[in-house]
Design a protein around this ligand. Structure first.
Ligand code: FMN
Length: 296
């Protein structure tokens, strides 16, 4: 279907030029004070033309637009800079959870938060695997601990050091070595039944995407951050679990166990649950280095 066929500009178009301005593919032009499609490059279905049109004059047949939510303009007014910054500063990685279970409805609501994240080229191929039983999480953890124990052996083996040097991977090998104290701590804790990897979370959200999409890593992590930002509004909290992503990449057994589609890469894992603690104040963060071009 060509762009012309699935996007229709209705007669009530006022020629305001908004669709011309916002379309990232430059599909529209104004002719006789009406928007028309003059460029037939592939539309990537971002929906901006429909969302910006003040008179609902654009019909995009591949997109079912949700009744342009009634509270949409209100949100814009309530989210001023001050409370947006405060909201962002209040976000914390949550690592202590109550036993209370996350409901299916909450999981759907969390995924809904991820659904509206930006994706490279508007690929929208981010997929989610939910691990809902603590037993299943512990199965994954057990496999990770086996993988960590193998890693411990390799790192302390002179042969592996030589192989890493020969393969030109000395730097990354040394980096792993430096970080082994954390892996050791995870192993030692789990040996005592204490879960410092998933923090006893009742739910995991694995976020993956086809390797062939333009920006799978970014897509998954931006969706993950949307979820983490929205989780407190449901009484929930969570944290990224980078350890699972790294282990999945390196362990065939963990790959088999998680059984994600072959064409997908795992790029984010979130441990989710009900936070045990309430944070009462912000935490300081260093001033970022900022370089400004073009100032006198
Ligand atoms: C890519 C990434 C991976 C992370 N992996 C882990 C992890 O495996 N375990 C964990 O407890 N926290 C993990 N974190 C959370 C960070 O440790 C956390 O953001 C940091 O301690 C600062 O705390 P804050 O998020 O509350 O500001 C990860 C964060 C990111 C962005």
């Amino acid at each position: 279907m060509t762009t012309e066929v699935f996007i229709e500009v209705l007669d009530n178009c006022t020629g305001c030029n908004s669709c011309v301005e916002v379309c990232p593919r430059y599909l529209f032009s104004l002719e006789n004070k009406k928007a028309v499609i003059t460029n037939f490059d592939p539309c990537h279905d971002c929906g901006h033309c429909v969302a910006v049109c003040p008179v609902d004059a654009i019909i995009h047949k591949r997109l079912i637009i949700d009744s342009l939510d009634v509270d949409f303009p209100k949100v814009e007014k309530e989210l001023n800079y001050k409370n947006t910054l405060s909201f962002i500063r209040q976000r914390r990685s949550i690592r202590y959870f109550n036993k209370k279970k996350v409901t299916n409805e909450q999981i759907s609501q969390l995924i809904e938060l991820g659904r509206f994240a930006p994706t490279g080229h508007n690929a929208r191929k981010v997929a989610y695997t939910i691990v809902k039983e603590r037993e299943q999480i512990e199965d994954i953890l057990n496999e990770m601990i086996l993988f960590f124990k193998e890693l411990q052996k390799k790192v302390s083996s002179p042969l592996w050091t030589i192989l890493a040097v020969l393969a030109g991977k000395r730097k990354s090998f040394n980096q792993i070595k430096r970080n082994m104290y954390r892996i050791n701590s995870h192993v030692n804790h789990w040996d005592k039944g204490i879960d410092k990897v998933f923090h006893n979370a009742s739910t995991l959200i694995l976020i993956h995407a086809p390797k062939k999409t333009p920006a799978p890593v970014e897509d998954c992590n931006i969706a993950a951050q949307n979820i983490l930002l929205g989780a407190p509004s449901l009484g929930l909290g969570g944290t990224f679990i980078g350890y699972l992503v790294h282990s999945w990449k390196r362990s065939k057994k963990i790959k088999e166990m998680l059984n994600l589609p072959n064409s997908h890469g795992l790029h984010a894992c979130l441990a989710i649950g009900y936070p045990k603690n309430k944070f009462k104040r912000y935490v300081p963060r260093p001033e970022p280095k900022v370089e400004v071009w073009g100032e006198k």
